[in-house]
Design a protein around this ligand. Structure first.
Ligand SMILES: NC(=O)c1ccc[n+]([C@@H]2O[C@H](COP(=O)([O-])OP(=O)(O)OC[C@H]3O[C@@H](n4cnc5c(N)ncnc54)[C@H](OP(=O)(O)O)[C@@H]3O)[C@@H](O)[C@H]2O)c1
Length: 349
């Protein structure tokens, strides 16, 4: 960790990252500051524990990164960290702080950015599922809706378009990571090597987002503030069925793959491992359980409840191939073989 910044970094635009040590945030960091010295940005990353082994492995030797200690719920402290920053990137974690805190934090962080003179506030969001599905309780996954509520709050705020004055906001929607195909969506590997994707998806489409693809749009938005000011950008990589995930695997690897729709409760009993009936937020012990949250999550995809909101990706795939890879392209570029490789803190534990 560098507690001081080098002389070159002083001339750079400083960005405060919230969630910069997580599965999503570390890819965003690589996108914003590739090549270190050559990046126009220097990074200040909030973490609850700068001495943590994982955090040190990520950034301990990186002199373009300043680690600062604290929780995003400690608003006074975070406001201090925002001072002198050009930009703020926010990926809060509602599975730690709970839904009410996550919504409140999103709003407070924006207000603070406005107050201290930050120029660009980028919020990592997820489609506002229950709203898109008509507020029917069958489709009300808590961990997705909290972000959607903050997105709607931001839509109601002004966003500076030109010149040095005022704060611009941008929302980049990065929903369910395609990388979960290595995690809680990884296939069973049968004795003959067949990959069998067992998901409670029926014949519906699940929205998948590459973390790298999302990070591409976040970098683009920081680079082209005026163009992305006041924009809610859905960085979807593909809305895809279980059968098409298996087909993509076979077409990429030449190996056999199948899709088996499974009963939700049977799935919940095995994934995520052993936590189904625990609360989704560690700070909210009497809150929604993982089982109830993910029942609504899978209902949404299985019934194609928000499929109507998927953006048309035809032009984007041609113009921005690095920011819009199909699941098949992602499998090819990552040499995907279905081997479980947890990316989420929860499944790593
Ligand atoms: N899994 C998915 O497919 C998916 C898709 C889209 C969005 N999300 C959402 O992304 C969020 C999690 O991000 P992730 O996927 O990158 O998970 P992760 O790998 O578990 O990382 C969590 C991040 O949040 C930070 N954090 C948690 N509580 C904090 C607090 N009180 N103050 C400051 N930092 C805090 C952690 O920092 P330290 O530990 O260093 O303090 C870490 O950087 C969740 O809200 C989840 O709903 C997940």
């Amino acid at each position: 960790m560098s507690s001081t910044t080098t002389s070159t970094t002083h001339t750079k635009k400083r960005i405060l990252l919230i969630g910069g040590t997580g599965a999503q945030g570390q890819v965003v960091v690589r996108s914003i500051a590739p090549g270190g010295e050559n990046s126009p940005y220097s990074l200040r990353i909030l973490t609850r524990d700068p001495t943590n082994k994982r955090v040190q492995e990520l950034y301990g030797d990186d002199d373009q990164v300043e680690l600062v200690k604290g929780s995003f719920m400690d608003f006074k402290l975070v406001e201090e960290y925002m001072k002198g920053c050009y930009g703020v990137f926010v990926n809060t974690d509602g599975t730690v702080e709970g839904p009410a805190n996550e919504v409140f934090a999103g709003i407070k962080l924006y207000e603070m950015a406005c107050r201290v003179g930050v120029k660009h506030f980028i919020y990592s969001s997820i489609p506002y599922t229950s709203k898109l599905a008509g507020f029917y309780t069958h489709y009300d996954p808590q961990h997705m809706d909290t972000r959607g509520r903050v997105t709607d709050y931001l839509r109601s705020q002004p966003s500076a378009k030109h010149g040095p004055e005022g704060l611009s906001w941008t929302v980049i929607q990065i929903g369910l990571y395609v990388e979960n195909l290595n995690d809680f969506m990884a296939p069973q590997i049968l004795a003959d090597g067949t990959r069998n994707f067992e998901l409670p998806l029926k014949d519906g489409h699940v929205f998948l987002y590459g973390i790298e693809d999302g990070a591409y749009w976040i970098r683009k938005a920081f680079d082209q503030k005026n163009e992305y000011s006041g924009v809610v950008f859905d960085a979807l990589s593909e809305a895809i069925t279980g059968a098409d995930i298996a087909k993509a695997y076979t077409e990429t690897t030449g190996q056999k793959a199948t899709y088996t729709p499974v009963d939700f409760d049977a799935w919940a009993d095995s994934y995520p491992r052993g936590i189904a009936d625990k609360p989704i937020s560690s700070n909210d012990p009497s809150g929604l359980t993982w089982r109830d949250n993910f029942r609504m999550f899978w209902n949404t995809w299985a019934d194609d409840a928000i499929l109507h909101s998927a953006p048309d990706l035809t032009a984007r795939r041609i113009l921005h191939p690095e920011g819009c890879r199909s699941v098949k392209q992602w499998m090819k570029s990552t040499r995907y073989d279905g081997t479980p490789e947890p990316i989420l803190r929860l499944t790593k534990q």
